[in-house]
Design a binder for this molecule. Sequence first.
Ligand code: DGY
Length: 423
Amino acid sequence: MTGLTDQAIAILRRNDRGGYTVPTHGLYPYQWNWDSAFVALGFAEFDRDRAWAEIETLVSAQWSDGMIPHIIFHQEDPGYFPGPSVWATGKTPATSGITQPPVLASVVRTLWEAEGADPGCSRMRALYSACVRSHRWFHEFRDPKDNGLVMVTHNWETGRDNSSEWDDALSRVDTTGVGTYQRRDTGHVDAAMRPTQQEYDRYVAILQFGRNTGWNHREIADKGPFRVVDVGMSMELLRANRDLLVMARALSDTDVVTELEQRITLSEAGMDWLWNEDVGAYCSRDATTGESSSLVTNASFLAFYAGVGSKTQQARLLNALERITTTAHYLLPSLEAGSRDYDHKRYWRGPIWLVVSYMVAQGLAEAGHLEWAERIRTDSSKLIEKSGFYESFSPETGDGSGGPDFSWTAAMWLAWCGKGGQL
Ligand code: DGY
C-alpha cells in the first residue's frame, strides 16, 4: 500500500505544472475543470496549500458571466486538438467555450472541513463566491425547462464524453461543414479506446456552432445542435448546491441560503423527469425530442450522491447494481454490459472511471448502503493494484485503458480507495 501511495504522490507531483495539474502527460496537456477538482482532493492528503491552489488557478479563468470553462490553456501545446486557436474564445488565459461537471463546490466543502470548517477561512470564501456565480450560470443558461436539471450543449461538458447516451442526439448533428483537421488523441493512446472519427467530426461541428455565435451562451442554449439533459451533471449540481448551502449557512449569507433552498427543492422534484420507469433507473434525456436514453450508466447511480429517489426508486437502482455484478467482474462500469454499443475498452461505453465510482460510493454510504459502498471501493483499489493508475479500467479484465499515470486516479487512491474504509 505504501508503495502505491508513494507512486500516487509522485504522479501528482510529476503532472504538476505549477499551480495546476495536467490530467496525464501527452493526451491531456492543459488544465481540465473537473479533473482539477478531484485532483485537489488528492493533494489535500499531503499538501493542503497545493490543493487550494489547484482550485484557485482553475477559478482564475472563470468567465464574467460565471461559467468555469472546461479547459484552461495555460500554454500552447501542439500535442492536443482542439487547442486554443480552434476554440477562439478570446479569453485570457485562453479557455474552451463550454463547461464541465459542477463538482467544485463539493470539493471546496471537503477542503474547508479538512481545515476545521472555520467560516473566516478566506480561501473558502473566495471559492464559495466563485461557485455561487457558476451555479447561477447553470441556472440561467442550462435549465431551459426551469426544473433544476442541467442541459448540456456539448457532450464534452458531461465529462463522460462519448457515452452511448449521446448517440441519438449526436446522430442529428450536421458535419458537412467541418472541414479537415488533425486529431491528436489517437497519437497518444490506442484508437480502439477512443471515440471514432465520425463521432469526432460531430464534436467538432458542435464546437464550431458555438464559436460561430461568438460563444453566446443564450444562443447556444436555445439553438445549439446538441441539447441533452445529462443525468450526471443534474445529480452533481444538486449535490453541489447542498454542499454550497452548508457553506452559505456557515457564512450567514441569508439571500444565498434562500436561493439555494429553492433550487434544491426544484431539482429534487425535477429529477423525476429523468426517471425511466421501464428501465428502473434515472437516464439522460434529449431536451429537444424528450426521448429517454433508456441506458443504465454509472451516472444513474449518482442518485444516492444527490440524495434523490423514493424508497421504491432506490430499491430499483440497487436491483440494477446487483444485476450489473453478474456481467461486470469489477464495479462500477460506465455502461451496463449488453447495452447498445457496450465496449469494455472504449471510452465511456463500459470502462470504469474511479471519480464517478467515488461519488457513487459516497452517496451509497450516506444512504446507509455500506456494503455496496465498500464493494465499489475495494474493487477500485484492486484495479489500481492490478493495473496501475490508468485513466480507466475494463470492468471485465481490470486492465487499464486510456492514458497512464492519470492524475485523478492517483488522487482517488490517496483520498478514497487506498485509504481503507473511510469516505
Ligand atoms: C478530449 O479531448 O477527449 C477531452 O475529453 C475533451 O474534454
